[in-house]
Design a protein around this ligand. Sequence first.
Ligand SMILES: Nc1ncnc2c1ncn2[C@@H]1O[C@H](COP(=O)(O)OP(=O)(O)OP(=O)(O)O)[C@@H](O)[C@H]1O
Ligand SMILES: [Mg+2]
Length: 488
Amino acid sequence: MTEKIDIGWNFESSYAHLPESMFTRIKPTPVRKPELIIYNEPVATTLGLNSTALHSKDGVQILAGNEVPKGTEPLAQAYAGHQFGHFTMLGDGRAVLLGEQITPQGERVDIQLKGAGRTPYSRGGDGRAGLGPMLREYIISEAMYSLGIPTTRSLSVVTTGETIIRETEQPGAILTRVAASHLRVGTFQYVAAWGTVEDLRSLADYTLQRHYPGAPMDENRYLFLLREVIGRQAELITKWQLVGFIHGVMNTDNMALSGETIDYGPCAFMDVYDPGTVFSSIDQQGRYAYGNQPGIASWNLARFAETLLPLLAEDQEQAIKLAEEEIADFKERSYHHWLTGMRAKLGIFNEEVEDVALIEDLLDLMQKYRADYTNTFRALSLEKLEENALFDAAEFTKWQELWQARLSRQQQSKEDSLQLMRNSNPAIIPRNHRVEEALQAAVQQEDYSVMERLLEALSNPYAYSPEQDEYSVLPEESARPYRTFCGT
Ligand SMILES: Nc1ncnc2c1ncn2[C@@H]1O[C@H](COP(=O)(O)OP(=O)(O)OP(=O)(O)O)[C@@H](O)[C@H]1O
Ligand SMILES: [Mg+2]
């Protein structure tokens, strides 16, 4: 198509030059009547896109997949994955990668339409997505970005003018997702299972070039890749733990090699502190519970390491030994990040061995008295301890004395500590009942104002502004336990 107004696309398609077995060229399936529901101006600006043009009829046609921009080579990516521990062939069953936008800053980012129709990887699915789940992905991914957590982002959501059938009929929608890339642990699993070693090498070289350009040019570069991916995941998962984010479906196909959070299906934020917290209705064994996330990440990374074995050393035993050493480091690396992060949440600048006990004691008390995770740290950061079971407990008063004594053993002032705490403890998270309320208004009443207000409040979670206060109010006990459903 010839675009009437220049949208600002600057596409390349490096992924389309990987071995043919890794993707299928396919265009999005057109939809009946696209309408733009939400649009992310700051993301558009970073991408170098013209927002006026994207809001025009022609622009919306592109966001809906009815037209593909010039210079794109759209495709669906092949991948495999361990879903709840079981290995299976997957692939983009409802997403089409338009290509890589080269931003004005020279960055290369994937532009993908999620919900864009059937592909050869759809299995029994309809290739579509619902408005509720796509708005949910938009809200939570933007919240994660503002929390300072690496994540894919959302440029827009359009409705399709068609309905989809799930448990009930729902408006269909398409999310335009922006990602450092969509390379997943599952992409490597696919090539390792069904491709040649040369395919695997091409994929590994491609991943290095895209995400880890500092790799040495000798055979150790694949070990470097493994180490760097592990390092980014150790940071990422710890950031989730520190804010109480529960991904909900940490299958290997939902672990991105860029180190970004990807696939906001049944994810949710923990309310009451409990390592066993699970929200996803399909996670009946609690495999992806809050407290299990670091262990699962390590398990997923071991699956990644296995795919790399043919590249790590000629001798398989030697390759296994090298991989095991790297995987073993994950635990230590994530623990180190966790301890640093927890110290900051408590306003602690320097290190003392006893800090571990201080942190763990507080968490134990939070669990015992069923305290809200975010609000407890928020109250400590504000020095405003409302009446509740935790703060009223004598055990807590004792803990607080130890904590205050600990703070007085560092050079920084009380004010410095409080500042560090307010920079480390969000005053607001996308609470489940507030997200639901926003989605209900949007989907059932076409009222997008509740969502827009929520997004505004979430855009600066460390502000501690008065407008954020209402978002710390907890839901009625009857609204719990909260359940999330896979956004398919
Ligand atoms: N409605 C659908 N039609 C076809 N395939 C689907 C549908 N929903 C999910 N899938 C496919 O099922 C697999 C697992 O789904 P999952 O919920 O993890 O991913 P997703 O949310 O669709 O996509 P992503 O991981 O890209 O965010 C993926 O391969 C996905 O493409
Ligand atoms: Mg997925």
